[in-house]
Structures are given as structure tokens and as C-alpha cells.
Design a binder for this molecule. Sequence first.
Ligand code: MG
Length: 230
Amino acid sequence: MTKSTLLLFDIDGTLLTSGGAGECALRLGFQEEFGLEENLTQIEISGRTDSGIARQVLAKHGLEPSEENLHRFFEGYLRQLERELPTRPGRLLPGVLPLLNALSALPQVCLGLLTGNLERGAALKLRHYGVHGHFQFGAFADDHHDRNQLGGFALQRAFDLHGVTFEPQRTFVLGDTPHDITCARACGAKAIAVATGSFSPEQLAQHHPDALFADFSNLPAVLRALGQHD
Ligand SMILES: [Mg+2]
């Protein structure tokens, strides 16, 4: 069956929480690579890309966002992330596993990632929590440091994979922050907000998503919002 619906998932706060492994890896990786303490105060993390976060941290310490410094930042982070993930009480968020299983069984649905994670960081997290196999492609922090630019990369990869130009009304960005909603608008997609990250339903509602959930545990309601009627 031809694919007709494209779903692009954010990772942190939407699919899973790493139990603090991500932020700890940012701090420890930076310390290991640059020999500098970083407590991540005044650094905006939620909804931002890893490459955007790297630029913020480097600037805070007066370091240039050169290719070499960004490479060192990312390598330190990824090394620490692999170490930290198994030591933290992270988990998939409520309803995520039944939702991914249900969506993966629908032949008309194409699942992808639209995330601020580096591609290798995304793979580490998704493998650790057992859901990597649901996603064949994505757009990542490697593509651009501005999240609002990532939708175009995801749409192009969906086309390359399936030969389909997905209609805007059948393209959904699912995420836990106002930045995910803005990112959906930037590529003409519908925005599905979920309050399992660091923003409340009330805060997310102010940004007018097309649908808003406290979490993904009401599977029939989520499927309806994604245009998948039974
Ligand atoms: Mg998120």
C-alpha cells in the first residue's frame, strides 16, 4: 500500500526520558574534552538541537564554534551518553510502546524522527529503550542547528525512501515543547503536542497545537488525531 501519512517524532520528553543521562553526558563530555566545568545554567536545552546547545556552551566559555570544537564537543557527549544511559532510571513515556506498535502495523503510515539529537545520540537512546526498529529515517542535529530547518530534511528523506510527497494535512510533527509546534508550522505540518516533557498542557495550549495530550496513553484518541480511524 502506498504511504499516505507521515509522522515525525521528537525523542526526549515525547518518546522517552533518559533519566538525566542526556544532560549529564553534556556536562561530563564537555569537562572531559575541554577541561572546563559546565553546569548548564543559562543554557536552553528543551526543544533545542544538540548542535545548537553545543554552540551555546562553547560561546559561554568564549570558545569558537569551529568544526574542530564542535566535533570534540559531540564526541565527548556521545561517549558519555553511552556510559550514562544504563546507569539512569530512564524509560519510555506512557502509551509510547503501544502507540508505536499500532502505527508500525498500519501500512499507510510512515514513521520518522524529527529531533534535536545527533543521529548517533538518537540511535543510542532508541536502541537502549528498544524502539529503534520503528524508525527508518529522520532529521537530526547533524543536519542543522536550527530545529525549524529540520522539517525539510525529513520530508526529503521520506520522499527518497517511499517516493511520496506527503500532503501537509497528512504530515504530523509530534513533540513536547513549543519549539516542536513552531517546527511543525515551519514545514507546513500539523502539530501534535504531548505534555510528558517539561511543559504543562496549559503552556503548550498557548501555542495552539492541532491536538494536545497529557500523554499518549489514550491510544484510540491519539490515532484519531493522526487521522487513523478504526
Ligand atoms: Mg523534546
